[in-house]
Design a protein around this ligand. Structure first.
Ligand code: PEP
Length: 247
């Protein structure tokens, strides 16, 4: 099970300290779950330092597809790795909606990360409310997976996690019901197995979208939900720890 926090454009050094202290305090209860956090890139070093003697995995919120060069404001796989990241989100819906991450760009980022680094890719996919209402959920997810993973082989599986994040549930307080989430996760798992073979059944599938301590247990109890990607609730240490314990 994985529980990964996405701080988005929030957090500070104090939160890094408070979270890592809590992780040390609750280490015994959390030894069955892999906890990760994606802070803003400027906090990677602080969080990495604060995380000493914890099992916390640190990740990027995004990565650039180029290895270096004139890309003001961007971060390469090498920069993320240098500051302690072990994984990176790619294709978060906020990047897709507001920062020009087209399907082609998401595919380029996935390809570059797998080819040029040891980082694990946490590929985010999910449908909008209109797409769900138009019964396009599976078609949208299929297109997102197909384009992002085009040209990849089974070699990518060890460094691949998929996060299903319905756009209508992100930061809205609306959560997919455990059954709705399970249905899509099952679909993603069988898509992966069809594309890459039986081994792909082991790829971790995370649910994201208004996960809170109150709904985490029911979501994580679903057969194909292997943890969560947590936005808002990851900014409250107690809530985040409670969600990790639910996993
Ligand atoms: C997210 O942004 O990845 C997310 C799941 O946010 P929230 O938990 O706030 O809905």
């Amino acid at each position: 099970m994985f529980v990964i926090g996405n701080w988005k454009m929030n957090g500070n050094r104090e939160l890094a300290q408070a979270l890592t202290e809590a992780l040390r305090e609750h280490a015994d209860e959390l030894n069955q779950v892999q906890v990760g956090v994606c802070p803003p890139a400027v906090l990677l070093a602080s969080l990495n330092e604060a995380a000493a003697e914890t099992e916390l995995m640190i990740g990027g919120q995004d990565v650039n597809e180029h290895q270096s060069g004139a890309h003001t404001g961007e971060h390469s796989t090498e920069l993320l790795s240098n500051f302690g990241a072990e994984f990176t989100l790619i294709g978060h819906s906020e990047r897709r909606q507001f920062y020009g991450d087209s399907m082609a760009r998401v595919a380029a980022k996935v390809a570059a990360t797998l080819a040029n680094s040891q980082l694990t890719v946490v590929l985010c996919v999910g449908e909008s409310e209109a797409e769900r209402q138009a019964e396009q959920t599976f078609a949208v997810i299929t297109e997102q997976l197909e384009t992002a993973l085009q040209g990849q082989t089974g070699d990518c599986l060890e460094r691949l996690i998929i996060a299903y994040e319905p756009v209508w549930a992100i930061g809205t307080g609306l959560t997919a019901s455990p059954e709705q989430a399970q249905q899509v996760h099952e679909f993603i798992r069988s898509w992966l197995v069809q594309k890459f073979g039986a081994e792909a059944a082991n790829v971790a599938l995370l649910y994201g979208g208004s996960v809170k301590p109150e709904n985490a247990e029911a979501l994580f109890a679903q057969q194909d939900i292997d943890g969560g990607l947590i936005g808002g609730a990851s900014l409250q240490v107690d809530a985040f720890i409670a969600i990790a314990k639910a996993a």
